[in-house]
Unconditional design. Structure first.
Length: 404
């Protein structure tokens, strides 16, 4: 066996919180006022500052900071009017908090096939719009892959179906220049450590709909202090909902908000840094015809915080040994085709709390799909080395195929 130097970096190591974030967090700790409504009369809470800053970044009227991305999705569905028993369409390639949010709203996910580009299959979407009568699509831009948003909007308009976007992997991304998260009636982001801004846990809900925003704010647990928010709708908008909306208690606190505000100013620069890393890995992997990388439409300004690729010629055993051999050389790759979910790779088949679905096309795509994180702590030369290790392991597998 030929040799290859192992990679020694960590796939789960994010960059440290910047000194400006640390200073802001220490100021919150010194104040003792960590709860978002615990403000002095002249003070704007850090949670409210974050809401104003993110609404401005998105070019939308309203932002609500909450406890997690999955929580934001739950109240987005409820505030958008999803009723218990409703069917909610969602693309089958997504993360478990997405079906979880649908179930939490009392509704039932109906999974839609994905294409080899890892985005929702519009033909299957149209079929399911026809057959299910669903009134909502929760579109998850899983791993940052965006469907043709113009086509999605057009199709949904024909059926009068409401779009809700899950932008956990598309914060900072755009479609034809328009921010991901500005297409839906309401959209949700996550600030969990592995997303694009990091507060450990956290979620952001955005919308232009004042009444929806009022309901979501009440649901998040605003008591009657909603006028202290960063981007509150006018007082009168709350009148219809203030006594009839349940409090699902999932606020963001000032400590987490304080470290997010300065990160937002770095987001666009970080998108460029992610994409420089993504481009190098992508270019290295394209050297072998064994690997298929999703081609990314010119309309898509993506955020390359992770990379996905398919190796269609591998058998199941070879796919498992590929992951194993990469891991031995320090390269952490996840495989969506495993029978059993490992770490973050669970698929719709392991969500037994939702109705069973048959999705042969999605199964085919996921069966040979590999996934790798690209933390910003990797240097550009790290990225080339990682790509070369993957090429090396695949060539070893190919050579051993040839030898028997
Ligand atoms: C992380 C993530 C979420 C939910 O985020 P949490 O903040 O962890 O609840 C939703 N959808 C996708 C695709 C994600 O990756």
């Amino acid at each position: 066996m030929t040799r290859c130097a192992p990679f020694t970096g960590s796939f789960t190591q994010q960059e440290p919180i910047g000194e400006d974030g640390i200073a802001a967090a220490i100021a919150v700790l010194r104040s003792g006022r960590l709860h978002r409504y615990n403000t002095r009369s002249t003070e704007t809470s850090e949670a409210s500052k974050l809401e104003s800053a993110f609404a401005r970044y998105m070019g939308l009227s309203y932002c609500l900071a909450c406890a997690s991305g999955g929580y934001a999705l739950h109240i987005a569905l409820c505030a958008a009017g999803v009723q218990p028993g409703d069917a909610v369409l969602t693309n089958a390639f997504t993360l478990a908090p997405v079906p979880g949010a649908i179930v939490n709203a009392g509704a039932s996910p109906v999974y839609v096939e994905i294409t080899p580009a890892l985005t929702i299959d519009l033909a299957d979407l149209e079929r399911k719009l026809d057959t299910t009568g669903a009134r909502f699509l929760l579109l998850s831009h899983m791993r940052g892959h965006m469907a043709d948003m113009d086509a999605v909007i057009h199709l949904l308009a024909d059926y009068d179906v409401t779009l809700i976007e899950d932008c956990a992997h598309t914060m900072g991304a755009r479609w034809n220049g328009r921010p991901s998260g500005s297409f839906g009636l309401v959209s949700c982001f996550s600030t969990q450590t592995y997303k694009h801004i990091n507060s450990g846990e956290g979620g952001l809900l955005v919308t232009n709909d004042a009444e929806l925003m009022a309901r979501a704010t009440l649901m998040s647990g605003s008591y009657m202090l909603y006028n202290r928010h960063g981007t509150p709708p006018e007082e009168g908008v709350f009148a219809a909902a203030r006594l009839t909306t349940p409090n699902f208690s999932g606020r963001m606190d000032n400590l987490r908000a304080s470290i997010l505000v300065p990160q937002l100013t770095q987001l666009d620069a970080n998108v460029d840094r992610w994409n420089a890393r993504y481009a190098l890995i992508d270019r290295t992997l394209r050297i072998t015809p064994m690997i298929e990388l999703p081609s990314r439409p010119v309309a898509e300004r993506y955020v390359g915080s992770s990379i996905q690729f398919r190796v269609p010629t591998l058998t199941d055993d070879e796919a498992a040994s590929f992951v194993e051999a990469c891991s031995t050389l320090g390269v952490e790759i996840k495989w969506f085709g495993r029978d059993e979910p490992v770490g973050f790779t669970s698929t719709y088949k392991s969500w037994l709390y939702t109705p069973p679905a048959t999705l042969p096309q999605t199964d085919r795509v996921l069966s040979r799909l590999f996934d790798m994180r690209i933390p910003l702590t990797f240097s550009l030369s790290d990225c080339i080395q990682i790509g070369e290790i993957i090429l090396f392991v695949l060539s070893e597998i190919r050579n051993s195929k040839g030898s028997h």
